[in-house]
Design a protein around this ligand. Structure first.
Ligand code: NDP
Length: 330
């Protein structure tokens, strides 16, 4: 029994190369549940693992793909039976463990989540880690008091994966969404997802000397980090929160503590990788109920395993719009 997979190999000189290969089933890592993968996706982290250099990968040959959805084929764990539809994000699958860029995956039962009612394996991968993380960010903001009546919510890196899903989710929940993007040509796309206005990236990119600016945002989902996150802190309304999700613009945070002290703002860290099971189930159920499927489908760029090396390079340059969905059987 063989299956096709995108395999990344590393040469003696340290350079990596990815190719679609046919592998024997016994090459899969040991774990409780074997899944016939149907769809995977592309996240920023996948771009890092695809190369050059292999990013977060420590052992080669490697099968990347931090997310997948499919059907259980075999399981030694009583929680899963053949035929069950499942979704996986995080747990360092695709980095430290072989991932979803393959027709088969073998993973620990603890890492899986049953596919929620209302989602297909394809729409679950249009969501993927990016959308799951956007949902976690919305939930964190709500837990800290955000309601549509509090005012406008900012989404940074809006045309990317996290940003696109965050924009659609918030708009569907009744929020006014300001979408910050460095790509003005995505304005129509962002408005179609529900953004009520577009904020040019340049307006938020410069650091300012003043730690406090006009109170503008009732909340923020930030995929960019760096100087932009520092700037947003000084523009939050009294008591408002920013959910820090990503670092597309940099990991350093050149910020002042003044907004915390004088405006009681909150900086909420969002991790999707090690998130406990109960939170995962809650987030996936919210995704199934709160994310408009039509908008999700509009974000999809279909791809095959063979397309991934080129797409990985594009996502590292911030040039992928919306969500790539990989049909591993195409
Ligand atoms: P994408 O590449 O799809 O989106 C990132 C977006 O950020 C880009 O589309 C672009 O948006 C903007 N951007 C890119 N480069 C810069 C820059 N130099 N300065 C300012 N803005 C920039 O990636 P994802 O949406 O998949 O991930 C976004 C971030 O979130 C990544 O840093 C990722 O590692 C992180 N992440 C974290 C998770 C967690 O668990 N905390 C889970 C998932 C992702 P635009 O063109 O609209 O400006």
């Amino acid at each position: 029994m063989r299956f096709r997979a995108l395999v990344v190999e590393k040469d003696a000189d340290g350079s990596t190369a990815a190719s679609v290969q046919s592998l024997a089933l016994d090459r899969l890592p040991a774990a409780e549940v074997t899944v016939a993968v149907e769809y995977s996706t592309l996240n920023y982290k996948d771009g890092l693992c695809l190369g050059p250099g292999g990013g977060l990968v420590r052992a080669w040959p490697h099968v990347p793909g931090i997310d997948f959805a499919g059907t259980v084929e075999a399981s030694t764990d009583p929680r899963y039976r053949p035929g069950d539809k499942v979704v996986l994000t995080g747990w360092r699958v695709g980095e430290a463990h072989w991932g979803g860029y393959a027709q088969k995956a073998r993973v620990r039962a603890d890492w899986l989540v049953p596919l929620p009612e209302g989602l297909t394996t394809r729409t679950a991968m249009a969501v993927g880690t990016a959308g799951f993380t956007a949902m976690l960010a919305v939930m964190a903001l709500e837990d800290h008091g955000l309601t549509p009546a509090r005012g406008e919510v900012l989404v940074t890196g809006a045309a990317g994966g996290v940003g696109s899903v965050a924009t659609a989710l918030l708009a569907h929940l009744g929020y006014r969404v300001a979408a910050a993007t460095g790509r003005p040509e995505t304005a129509d796309y962002l408005k179609s997802l529900g953004a009520s206005r577009i904020v040019p990236r340049a307006d938020l990119a410069e650091t300012v000397k003043r730690p406090l600016e006009a109170e503008t945002w009732a909340g923020c989902i930030d995929a960019v980090g760096g100087a932009m996150l520092a700037r947003v802190l000084g523009q939050l309304k009294y008591g408002a929160s920013v959910a820090a999700v990503g670092l597309a613009g940099g990991a350093a945070l050149p910020a002042s503590v003044i907004p915390f002290l004088l405006r009681g703002v909150n900086l909420l860290g969002i991790d999707s990788v090690m998130r406990p099971y109960a939170d995962r189930v809650r987030a996936w159920e919210r995704i199934a109920s709160d994310l408009p499927q039509g908008k999700l489908v509009a974000m999809i760029h279909p791809a095959t395993l063979a397309d991934l090396p080129a797409l990985g390079a594009l996502i590292l340059k911030g040039q992928v719009q919306g969500r790539v969905v990989v049909d591993v059987n195409a």
